[in-house]
Design a protein around this ligand. Structure first.
Ligand SMILES: Nc1ncnc2c1ncn2[C@@H]1O[C@H](COP(=O)(O)OP(=O)(O)O)[C@@H](O)[C@H]1O
Ligand SMILES: [Mg+2]
Length: 266
């Protein structure tokens, strides 16, 4: 087994202080191996984005510790690239300008930044769209730019927070296939948040199933079938039934809580 890339040990997260504090995460332990594709599956409001933002270094855990390559995560760093559902592109920059931004911030120089950006734009299938503006692109294309922009920073870890959640199902399927291809080429470590059981089965080495808020790990399930996976194979269908049951059990147990313990107050 490879060295762990990311280690989360006993992390919790409270938002606010005192009686009004919201507990977003229960003590949370997770070891992510180098080159592993992890999907985090859980209902809305269970703390998935909170966890990813902690790994990104954007917010700190309330307790516990987070490490990358054995070093504490102390803040954002280009080695951990975050892709959001909302694309987060600069509307006033072209595709090329958006993707060159990271390398320029790294002071790699215009020529090098241009080369890196062009390579990543090609990799995500947007050759020919370099001088377009985000408003001229479809949702799927915008998200391709978002992915190219993060890849241009040459991250070791990709943090993807429901990146395809806003896309129609056909575009989403194509994006999943293309992401898988990119991952097979480079085997970056990926933490991918989703609430789609099918998406998790298609992409992940292991699926982390979370409970409703306060989020905790209910189960970690290895996905064995070789890629690309056929979701209609008997193995995938059995896995889908198992995961759906796990997720539904969580939701049912949460909805039987008293009214003053909402599980979904987002
Ligand atoms: N900045 C914040 N302040 C207060 N509560 C927050 C904040 N961010 C998230 N929360 C709460 O923490 C819980 C988990 O949120 P989040 O991580 O966004 O869930 P998910 O991504 O799984 O939908 C939710 O109940 C949410 O309302
Ligand atoms: Mg979220």
């Amino acid at each position: 087994m490879a060295e762990p890339k990311i280690v989360a040990h006993g992390i919790t997260k409270y938002f606010g202080v005192g009686a009004g504090a919201v507990k977003a995460l229960e003590p949370f332990d997770l070891f992510v191996n180098t080159g592993e594709f992890i999907c985090i599956l859980g209902p809305s409001g269970c703390g998935k984005s909170t966890f990813l933002r902690m790994v990104a270094g954007l917010i700190e855990p309330s307790t516990g510790s987070l490490f990358m390559d054995g070093q504490p995560i102390a803040g954002p760093h280009r080695e951990r690239g975050l892709v959001f559902q909302e694309y987060a592109l600069f509307p006033w920059k072209t595709v090329l300008g958006n993707v060159m931004y990271g390398p320029l911030v790294q002071r790699l120089g215009r020529r090098k930044a241009h080369d890196i950006a062009t390579e990543q734009i090609n990799r995500v299938g947007l050759k020919g769209f370099e001088s377009r503006f985000p408003r001229e692109l479809s949702g799927g294309m915008k998200q391709r730019v978002g992915i190219a922009r993060v890849l241009a920073n040459q991250p070791e870890v990709l943090l993807m927070d429901e990146p395809f959640g806003a896309l129609d199902s056909i575009t989403r399927g194509i994006m999943q296939q293309d992401l898988l291809k990119l991952w097979l080429e480079e085997r970056k470590t990926v933490l991918f948040v989703t609430h789609s059981v099918e998406e998790a089965i298609y992409l992940a080495d292991r699926i982390v199933v979370m409970s409703p808020r306060p989020g905790r790990i209910v189960s970690i399930i290895a996905v064995e079938p070789a890629r690309p996976r056929n979701l209609l194979s008997s193995e995938c269908i059995a896995l889908r039934a198992q995961l759906t049951r796990l997720v539904e059990e969580q939701v049912v147990s949460a909805s039987s809580r008293p009214m003053n313990m909402p599980a979904y107050a987002d």
